[in-house]
Write a protein that binds this ligand. Structure first.
Ligand SMILES: [Zn+2]
Ligand SMILES: [Zn+2]
Length: 153
């Protein structure tokens, strides 16, 4: 699905479920891992996690879009747009949006992107973030760590 197609889909859902037009932009976010989407308060853009843009996740995608549109319309109309607000809970329920990012197994697969190995004993370590190999050493033997590769999901 292209960004233009996603834009059309969001606009259609806005009219169908909220009876209001969506007048801002939708962006595809390729770096999102565990969240399905995001509504940006500063420019009213909606970002959607690229992983949900395949036919298999159509149902989840619509739930995410409804969730972000709930933030969007409440924020623009000056009502309670945060998760804990009653307005938010009510409207989300009404349109049938998803409460949480649907679990499609992204969190486990994606988080540990960096693979390190000990130069002395060969022990491997996977880390979410890059680490400073001059400051951290192998937990087993104290040897020096080396970045083997950065895994791209
Ligand atoms: Zn939210
Ligand atoms: Zn070691």
């Amino acid at each position: 699905m292209t960004e233009a197609e996603l834009q059309k889909l969001v606009e259609a859902i806005a009219v169908k479920y909220f009876n209001q037009p969506f007048r801002h932009q939708v962006k595809i976010n390729y770096r999102m891992t565990t969240t399905g989407g995001r509504y940006r308060l500063k420019d009213h853009q909606i970002e959607i996690n690229a992983h949900f843009l395949i036919p298999q996740y159509r149902h989840e995608l619509i739930g995410i879009i409804k969730h972000e549109l709930t933030h969007y319309f409440l924020h623009l109309s000056g009502r309670g747009y945060r998760h804990r607000d009653q307005d938010f809970k009510q409207l989300l329920n009404q349109v049938g949006g998803s409460r949480f990012a649907p679990d499609i197994g992204l969190s486990k697969k994606q988080q540990r992107k960096y693979l390190y190995s000990c130069q002395k004993c060969g022990q491997e370590y996977r880390r979410v973030r890059q680490i400073n190999v001059r400051r951290y050493s192998c937990g087993k033997c104290g040897g020096k760590l080396k970045l083997v590769k950065k895994l791209v999901h």
